[in-house]
Write a new protein. Structure first.
Ligand SMILES: C[S@@+](CC[C@H](N)C(=O)[O-])C[C@H]1O[C@@H](n2cnc3c(N)ncnc32)[C@H](O)[C@@H]1O
Length: 270
């Protein structure tokens, strides 16, 4: 399917405006491979037909499908394990209360939110956290497809193994063929909802901890700054933000204090 430079620019603009995602140069192959199927499925006249339908933001459902197709949902269990250790060993024990609200702010297919729940329950069993420690985890993402998988708590193929060792598979999941399902006890405190990071955060309430890993890399510096400022507002005093291990926050020292804990970094709200 052909994609002209004009069509590519229009689609890039649309994605940046509605999802914050910047395609940058040279990603034509990605657009064609990810949207070609959708265009054929809907019987549209190529990318011109798609752009016409999206013009003026009239077709919200189609826009949702386009964003869904263009997001990179890569994730896996206990990604950057140091963060889960810092959470249960340093951050949660230092809270004033025995309860925590945690936001997995680009939750994708849910592995991050469930890994947090599994780590906290593990820390309670190991007496690192008090027996009456309570928590809830909100996982949000812009991709409806990813959220459906997150809500199912069921994973097959590579998603059922990536990041997990044998002991974790036995302890946290029930298995069936090459699929696994998160045990109910680790799902109890986890909920998911569709949420765009470009929207206002007031309705979500405030959090003790925010995980926002491996998504801000797709955003412009201005958007990233804006989102980090709003995370600051969404965190309770002393709350903590985790970014992806390759993501830096050098220009936000006025808002967050960076602390190194062993192999990982955490950013504490000033
Ligand atoms: C690479 S995944 C990261 C998943 C997980 N945080 C991790 O580190 O393994 C990035 C996720 O960000 C989501 N995303 C992209 N733009 C978004 C936006 N504007 N609002 C909310 N989520 C967004 C994508 O749908 C995708 O699931």
């Amino acid at each position: 399917m052909d994609l002209s430079p004009y069509q590519y620019d229009k689609l890039s603009e649309l994605l940046e405006r509605h999802a914050g995602i910047r395609l940058g140069a040279g990603k034509e192959y990605l657009v064609v491979s990810r949207l070609g199927g959708l265009i054929s499925h809907l019987g549209l006249e190529g990318f011109d037909g798609l752009l016409r339908r999206l013009q003026g933001g009239g077709d919200r459902l189609l826009l949702t499908h386009v964003i869904d197709a263009m997001t990179t949902n890569e994730t896996f269990w206990f990604r950057d394990p140091a963060h889960y250790q810092i959470l249960t060993r340093d951050v949660l024990p230092a809270l004033d209360s025995r309860q925590a609200r945690i936001w997995s702010a680009a939750a994708s297919t849910g592995q991050e939110a469930y890994s947090i729940a599994m780590s906290i329950r593990g820390a309670v069993s190991a007496r690192q956290l008090p027996m009456d420690f309570s928590f809830d985890i909100l996982g949000t993402d812009i991709s409806e497809k990813a959220l459906q998988q997150a809500e199912s708590g069921r994973y097959c193929g590579l998603a059922a193994t990536r990041g997990l060792d044998h002991e974790q598979r036995e302890r946290f999941f029930s298995a069936e063929g090459d699929c696994i399902e998160v045990q109910p006890v680790f799902r109890r405190n986890v909920s998911f909802r569709n949420f765009n990071l470009l929207a206002t955060y007031a309705a979500l309430g405030r959090f003790d901890v925010i995980f926002c890993r491996n998504v801000l890399i797709y955003f412009s510096q201005e958007r990233k700054r804006d989102i980090i400022e709003r995370f600051h507002g969404a965190l309770r005093p002393g709350g903590c933000l985790f970014l992806g291990s390759t993501e830096s926050m050098s220009s936000h020292e006025d808002l967050f204090e960076m602390r190194r804990h062993g192999a990982g970094l955490a950013f504490y709200r000033r």
